[in-house]
Design a protein around this ligand. Structure first.
Ligand code: SF4
Ligand code: ZN
Length: 311
């Protein structure tokens, strides 16, 4: 049952009775700003603890694009670990070289890292791959996100290695994760769901962690607005070509009409992971002959792509 509204038309927070700012449709709860901030902090802390994403002695590289997810991620991790001497945070920003988009987000990333007094490392596509994404993509704009995704993954790993990191945290939220499950099904690549990219990497690569994986995109936007650090930043001009954009629009409509759909997609992912646990599916068995990264075959995906781009 909905709580009694404290002001006409505004429902009350299910925890304290103050005016609510958000309706968590999948739990049925209404939350005020204070309790949304507490709820997100608790959820992130539980995700980290239950998956042992961060442990004493870790040096955590935080992928900081300067967009809203990575901004919230750095703030939340700083709140959890900023005063701990046994855990270090290092922000890593990748400059892909996307004119009219990345300048503003990079400024925002630099200013946040400075404000939180977190060490900040930047790597650029120009430095690693010889040119900006804009130049590398000429004539291949339709494939922008697949090309950018592979190169950016590599750039983040280089940044994390330079930072001496033991973990690499990314700002993927619940919407992103649920979209990925659906996209893998649509692409006929179900095994990708269970390929090892979690905290147990067998020492082959820096383990990736996703502390925001159970926080919805709209909750993150509200979180930043409540903290007074919401910035209306430009969107990547290439995102119009992305399959993800279509999946995002379909899924958010389904989530609205059937709350909890995204969490159920994540449950499915867990079931597939459990069913395949202990089995090796597509995990790298060798090393790339050019860069030494773990891969199957002679060259890793990034080196194959560099060759096809003539780099
Ligand atoms: Fe790269 Fe696509 Fe994201 Fe733009 S939208 S930053 S091209 S992955
Ligand atoms: Zn390689």
């Amino acid at each position: 049952m909905s709580p009694e509204p404290v002001c006409k038309g505004i429902p009350a927070c299910s925890v304290c009775g103050e005016p609510a700012i958000i309706h968590q449709r999948h739990t049925g709860r209404y939350l005020c700003g204070t309790h949304l901030v507490t709820d997100i902090g608790n959820r992130v802390s539980d995700t980290i603890a239950s998956q042992q994403q961060v442990i004493s002695g870790d040096r955590v590289a935080v992928a900081l694009s300067g967009g809203k997810d990575s901004t919230a991620l750095l703030i939340l991790l700083h709140r959890l670990f900023g005063s701990r001497n046994d855990i270090r945070l290092v922000a890593v920003t990748v400059d892909e070289g996307i004119y009219g988009y990345r300048e503003a987000t990079i400024r925002s990333a630099e200013s946040l890292a400075r404000r939180l007094n977190v060490e900040h490392i930047s790597v650029s596509f120009g430095e690693l791959f010889g040119d900006s994404l804009d130049t590398l993509l000429k004539g291949r704009e339709q494939q922008a996100c697949s090309i950018c995704g592979i190169l950016r993954k590599k750039a983040l790993v280089v940044g994390a290695e330079r930072a001496g990191a033991t973990k690499l945290a990314t700002g993927h939220n619940l919407d992103d994760e649920a979209q990925s499950v659906l996209m893998n099904v649509l692409r006929g690549d179900l095994f990708r769901l269970v390929r090892n990219s979690g905290t147990d990497s067998g020492g082959q690569f820096i383990p990736r962690i996703k502390p925001l994986m159970y926080v919805q995109e709209k909750e993150i936007a509200s979180y930043l607005m409540i903290l007074g650090i919401w910035e209306d930043l430009p969107e990547c001009p290439y995102s119009i070509h992305a399959l993800r954009r279509e999946v995002r629009s379909i899924l958010s409509g389904i989530e609205y009409r059937h709350p909890g759909t995204m969490l159920r997609l994540m449950e499915n992912k867990k079931k597939v992971e459990t069913a395949f646990s202990g089995k090796t599916i597509g995990e790298p068995v060798g090393r790339c002959q050019e860069c030494g990264d773990p891969c199957n075959g002679r060259l890793c995906q990034c080196c194959q792509l560099r060759h096809s781009l003539g780099r």
